[in-house]
Design a protein around this ligand. Structure first.
Ligand SMILES: [Zn+2]
Ligand SMILES: [Zn+2]
Length: 163
């Protein structure tokens, strides 16, 4: 498989992973069963880790398997795409937004500010239901999300974020 084509497959996998992450976050992690682990991420953390971290292990598994098993070249590129997405997600979510790693990394670009604010708005709701913004690397405009939050009845809403 030509490298250029492989890189295309990898990039497509990264984009697709955002859609997969959105769906899993919205319908599995905020679902009745998935919430058992994800709840820890919507409450103040008490130690260096939280139950929600098991999702990271779970989501890394397909990538690890695609590298470990004897699969066609394109599938290995997909595995690479999942790994790249995981890395971008980690830098955005755990380093930039939640500051779990002592790195001085400040969001300056319009794009980064937008996705950071969107994820903060996701955390404005501590309850399983009624939240907004389930994506990570793509987010609607903050005004759209705030308007959506207002129509949600404010059940489980913490003090309004950033207002
Ligand atoms: Zn959540
Ligand atoms: Zn978060």
């Amino acid at each position: 498989m030509p490298i250029a084509l492989g890189v295309l497959v990898l990039l497509a996998a990264v984009v697709l992973m955002e859609a997969v992450a959105y769906a899993l976050h919205r319908w599995v992690m905020h679902g009745r069963l998935g919430w058992l682990l994800h709840r820890s991420h919507h409450a103040p953390r008490t130690g260096p880790f939280e139950g929600n971290d098991w999702y990271a292990v779970l989501f890394a598994a397909p990538s690890v398997l695609l590298f470990a098993l004897d699969v066609p070249a394109w599938a290995r590129w997909v595995g690479g795409g999942i790994a790249v997405y995981g890395l971008l997600y980690f830098v955005f979510h755990d380093v930039l937004v939640h500051q779990r790693v002592p790195l001085r990394f400040v969001a300056r670009s319009t794009y980064l500010k937008r996705i950071v604010q969107a994820h903060r708005l996701h955390h404005a709701v501590e309850a399983r239901e009624g939240g907004v913004s389930f994506g990570f690397l793509y987010a609607p405009r903050p005004e759209t999300l705030k308007a959506e939050l207002k129509t949600r009845g404010r059940a489980g809403l913490r003090a309004p974020a950033g207002e």
